[in-house]
Design a protein. Structure first.
Length: 354
């Protein structure tokens, strides 16, 4: 039986980038994915590379900051179409107008690469005439990038194959350490063996980690979005937060490549069904002075929420041959290049010690 240098579980953005990082260092890599590449959260998200990040002191803040710096070169190399844009948070009431300096100061503490500014309402409406009239002032944050995550995953999968990475379809059921190697059992594929395993399995990552003695509680929240054309919006536009800045961000009107626009996402409570397309449109159409056309697509994904509310990158304690990426929620897409570098470095350290 062939023994791979590394098996990566999960062909999402993080898994594919990790495989590419390892392959670039001469490691023989097999990626095992239960669905198609990007079939999980990686292709069912709003495609926003966030400037506003989680509060200081968290790993996901540091990696998102690093990842954002790595993306321009990555997108250029892959040929991924993207939109360079800004975030606009309009104030429509006198109370909101009075709070704009506080909001701008709060965002400044969370923003990477950009300083928020306060603009006059008429200047914002001149730039974004599709916005609902009546903007008094607005907080504007530059440096955002949006992309179609399905295109990103597709280009990453092509790049991985080009570099000699194997991609196989199968759902990993069990992992175990035997005779100084990792044994993987997957449906459709049978038994596989590797010298190191990197678990980037998204929603299923916590279950695989528990098999190796890593107990992390992860909950899933369903996110819903609608995809439209002909809305005439070139900036990300979000509602003024009613309770200050909690964490980093919420749903918005989001311009995508090709003149498309996303509304959302709206998140349900863990265990609850996603919001309907009508609910999503109702939540965000109030930001516009045009009626959104019927959505071309209704997109449902999920957010993985770990008990620590942070990324967890851990090596198993039982045999030390498996590495797990747990709780990779927003801003996981923004952090993905830096996450992959960190995971690849951990895997290379294991291989070096063997």
């Amino acid at each position: 039986m062939r023994v791979w240098d590394a098996i990566v579980v999960g062909a999402g953005v993080v898994g594919l980038l990790t495989a590419i990082e390892l392959a670039s260092r001469g490691v023989e890599v097999l990626v095992v994915e239960a669905e198609r590449p990007g079939g999980g959260a990686s292709s069912r998200n709003a495609g926003v590379l966030h400037v506003v990040q989680p509060p200081p002191g968290r790993l996901r803040r540091r990696l998102a900051y690093e990842g954002l710096k790595l993306y321009p070169r990555l997108l250029e190399d892959l040929g991924v179409e993207h939109v360079e844009t800004e975030l606009i948070i309009p104030a429509y009431t006198r109370v909101q107008e009075a709070l704009t300096p506080i909001l701008a100061a709060s965002i400044k503490a969370l923003a990477a690469h950009s300083k928020p500014k306060i603009e006059r309402g008429r200047d914002v409406l001149r730039r974004e005439p599709a916005l609902r009239p009546g903007v008094r002032r607005a907080v504007v944050v530059g440096g955002y990038i949006t992309l179609d995550p399905e295109e990103l995953v597709s280009r990453l999968a092509d790049k991985a194959v080009e570099m000699g990475v194997g991609i196989a379809r199968g759902r990993v059921e069990t992992i175990a350490c035997r005779n100084g190697q990792v044994e993987v059992i997957a449906d459709r594929l049978g038994t596989l063996e590797a010298r190191v395993l990197v678990n980037t399995a998204g929603a299923g990552a916590a279950e695989l980690a528990r098999q190796m003695g890593l107990g992390v509680e992860v909950k899933l929240a369903a996110g819903a979005m609608t995809l439209h054309r002909r809305l005439g919006v070139s900036s990300i536009v979000s509602w003024f937060p009613s309770r200050g800045v909690r964490e980093t961000k919420g749903g918005a009107v989001i311009p995508w490549p090709g003149g498309r626009v996303i509304l959302g996402p709206t998140f349900s409570k863990p265990g609850q069904p996603p919001h309907s397309p009508e609910e999503v449109v109702s939540r965000y159409s109030g930001l516009l002075n045009v009626e959104p056309p019927s959505p071309e697509r209704y997109i449902v994904g999920y957010r993985t929420m770990a008990s620590k509310r942070d990324f967890i990158l851990a090596r198993d304690e039982r045999c030390g041959l498996t590495i797990h990426a747990l709780g990779i929620e927003s801003p996981g897409l923004t952090a993905a290049p830096a996450l992959a570098r960190r995971l690849a470095s951990m895997a290379l350290s294991v291989l070096k010690d063997l």
